[in-house]
Design a protein around this ligand. Sequence first.
Ligand SMILES: [Zn+2]
Ligand SMILES: [Zn+2]
Length: 152
Amino acid sequence: MNPISKLGLANGLLETGLHQAGRRLTPQRRRVLDLFERIGSGIHLSAEEVHHKLLDSNQRVSLATVYRTLRILVEMGFLHELELTDGGHRFELASNDHPDHHHLVCISCGRTEEFESESVLKAGQLAAENIGFKLIESTLNVRALCPACQNP
Ligand SMILES: [Zn+2]
Ligand SMILES: [Zn+2]
């Protein structure tokens, strides 16, 4: 599937409502999605953190299954994946009321904060237009050191 039709699919799913589309999910996928819906948008979890939270609520599931489930939920458009520069990944709820945003990531402890920037969106738009590309998404991941990690 090309990126454009994939995006269309994701938006369509969000528009019909997560709960409606969610009925097509297997119980396993539903449980993982429920977890993200409970904690709300703007929270970024690693696969390990998702795994721990499931175990905490007495749900026996392997880390490998959590990885696979997260990947599928990203493909279905329910979650967004945030790729960190150290090769790590974090996941957050895809949500219409939580639109284009950017991330500041502490390279030491992984603390992730969000920010919005009109100029990043515009820069992506301009760069794409200049060479005839159609913009899909313009996001920025910034590597940084959080206050706690600056003074260990
Ligand atoms: Zn985010
Ligand atoms: Zn830190």
